[in-house]
Design a protein around this ligand. Structure first.
Ligand code: AKB
Length: 314
């Protein structure tokens, strides 16, 4: 991994991943791309991932050896426009894999806890288990996991990936996901000491602080391929939490913080179909995955960092 093209570089993961990769591999070694223009510190190209010619031409121009394909619609947005989600999530992935096959690139793309469904075992969901998701996002993610396995088996592309839980960060907002409440709650806690959750009390989902997620991507991509039994779609886990757990963690810093609930039936249905917690043993054994942040450490850091970045609002 020496010269890396990142798609969806202005998204929640991409904006932080590009910064981390540039500090580790060099600014000019990381080509940020997004469908939206950006004033970037390093190389940046506008790239619509559904356009195969444009994808090839950017990858060739910079002679990259790795693609990190992040551009995708998240679960709630995908549910509001399933056809568009299929076109972007599957069309973009297919183009990214084709570019990687033809140019012999290493490849990363994330799957998600959304790849599981209501019939999947809910607690400590195993790495290899029943996957019958009931959302378009989930259908895309399962198909994507299989497609990445296929490109490895059939064409020898060095595909790798993880199933991300809900990701929590203070740099860029997630946008269109089911787990977004777990980011919003921190901003509202600092702004008005209260938060109205669209996810019901008692709804557990897996969550992870962004620094752990970024480190996982790099660790997996740098790991010895001979040790990878699974390759794509590794379960990785850090925090299994419901809205009231976030509220309790925030109250340790903001004692007056209050939570109430106005449940959004669409996102609640998605959340109810996802696991409460997932088992990351395969990732730990095969490439040494480890999360450093629990909910207490993450909450302390989130509140401090948001305060630093938004002093006027806190
Ligand atoms: C979403 O909520 O859609 C994402 C995810 C868990 O994949 N954060």
């Amino acid at each position: 991994m020496k010269k890396i093209l990142v798609t969806g570089a202005r998204g929640q993961i991409g904006s932080e991943l590009v910064t981390k990769l540039r500090s580790q591999y060099g600014t000019d070694q990381v080509i940020a791309t997004d469908i939206r223009e950006a004033n970037d510190e390093g190389p940046f190209e506008v790239l619509d991932v559904t356009n195969p010619e444009q994808f090839f031409s950017v990858a060739k121009k910079y002679e990259v050896d790795t693609v990190m394909h992040l551009a995708a619609l998240l679960s709630a947005t995908a549910e509001s426009n399933p056809k568009r989600a299929w076109d972007i999530n599957m069309g973009g992935l297919m183009n990214a894999l084709e570019v990687s096959r033809e140019l012999e690139l290493q490849f990363f793309t994330p799957s998600s806890i959304g790849a599981f469904g209501p019939t999947t075992p809910k607690d400590q969901t195993p790495q290899d288990t029943l996957q019958r998701p009931t959302t378009m996002y989930g259908v895309n993610k399962v198909a994507g996991e299989l497609l990445c396995d296929y490109y490895h088996e059939r064409f020898g592309v060095d595909t790798r990936g993880v199933r991300f839980p809900g990701l929590i960060s203070y740099v860029a907002p997630p946008g269109g996901g089911t787990t977004d409440y777990a980011v919003e709650i921190y901003y509202e806690a600092l702004k008005q000491q209260k938060y109205t959750s669209y996810i019901a009390e008692g709804t557990y989902m897996d969550m992870m602080y962004m620094p752990d997620a970024l480190q996982a991507i790099i660790d997996l991509m740098e790991s010895d391929p001979a040790k990878l039994v699974h390759r794509n779609a590794f379960n990785i886990a850090a925090i299994s939490a419901a809205p009231e757990d976030f509220a309790a963690a925030i109250q340790k810093h903001i004692p007056d913080f209050q939570i109430d609930y106005e449940v959004d039936p669409v996102r609640q249905k998605i959340a109810d179909s996802w696991p409460n917690s997932i088992d990351a043993t395969a990732a730990t054994v095969e490439w040494g995955f480890k999360a450093n942040y629990d909910i207490a450490a993450m909450t302390k850091d989130m509140l401090e960092k948001i305060k630093q970045s938004e002093p006027a609002k806190s």
